[in-house]
Write a new protein. Structure first.
Length: 259
């Protein structure tokens, strides 16, 4: 239809049915905010390349609220064992994270994400000098282009059980490439965990390390997805607990569903 015919049709419709014209002039309703849930079963819960479960499986799940403005908030939990295995606390088999932030896109292929994340580890703690409760607060910022992203996280105080570690940071460079005309996504990642405070620097007690990861994921349909990941770190002996190297190279299988 030509522009002139379309314009004439709109004028006639407005004159014949004023109430319809008024409805057309009204602003479109804002998109409805969404709430989603997710659940996963993984053969080994790795966080920044370090096993949180002593190399054993974990059950995980969470909820996310997303507003059309870009604001989001959520909660996510996982079974863990590292706090009890290390002797830092008793009855500490849960990680419960709460977070909020704002993300959006710009210049077509770019996106950003800024937010706050609190890691909560309930349990009965036995605190010794240099250590603290595992609860940790971080702020983060991400810049992305298509399927590549760079994220920076900064700790605001005690960090994963280490006292006086404010300024500990983590750099995450990741790529997730959807293979065209398939349901597969290839992933690659490099990260750097850099501790501040009494366990910074080099040597066998240093908690700073690099981690590397490659992965392949498949969309299985109906909200299900599966993934196979290989991860490795250069973490020191400080991450060996009960004779288990929590940062060693390992493969991980995971099955997830989003509702």
């Amino acid at each position: 239809m030509s522009h002139s015919k379309l314009l004439n049709s709109l004028i006639l419709a407005a004159l014949a049915v004023p109430c319809i014209a008024m409805a057309d002039d009204a602003p479109a309703p804002a998109p409805t905010p969404s709430v989603t849930a997710n659940v996963s079963l993984t053969s080994n819960y790795l966080y920044r390349g370090i096993s949180q479960t002593g190399g054993k499986p974990a059950l995980q799940g969470g909820f996310d609220y997303t507003h059309s403005s870009g604001f989001y908030a959520g909660a996510w939990g996982s079974s863990i064992s590292w706090i009890g295995d290390s002797g830092l606390a008793k009855n500490a088999g849960l990680e419960l994270d709460t977070y909020l932030g704002f993300r959006n896109s710009f210049a077509t292929d770019f996106n950003y994400d800024v937010g706050f994340l609190r890691y909560n580890y309930p349990g009965t703690y036995t605190i010794t000098p240099g250590l603290a409760k595992a609860d940790t607060n971080e702020v983060y910022g991400l810049i992305g282009w298509k399927w590549i992203s760079l994220k920076y996280s900064y700790s605001l105080g005690d960090t994963f059980g280490i006292a006086s570690a404010q300024g500990t940071d983590y750099i995450d460079l990741s790529a997730n490439y959807p293979i065209p005309d398939t349901t597969y996504t290839l992933g690659a990642h490099y990260g750097r965990q850099d501790y501040k405070g009494p366990y910074a620097g080099s040597g066998p007690t240093s908690l700073s390390y690099d981690d590397y990861r490659v992965s392949i994921a498949k969309d299985l349909g109906s909200g299900f997805s599966g993934s196979l990941t290989y991860s490795k770190t250069n973490a020191t002996a400080a991450y060996t607990v009960n004779g288990i190297d929590l940062g060693k190279g390992t493969a991980v299988l995971a099955l997830s569903r989003t509702f």
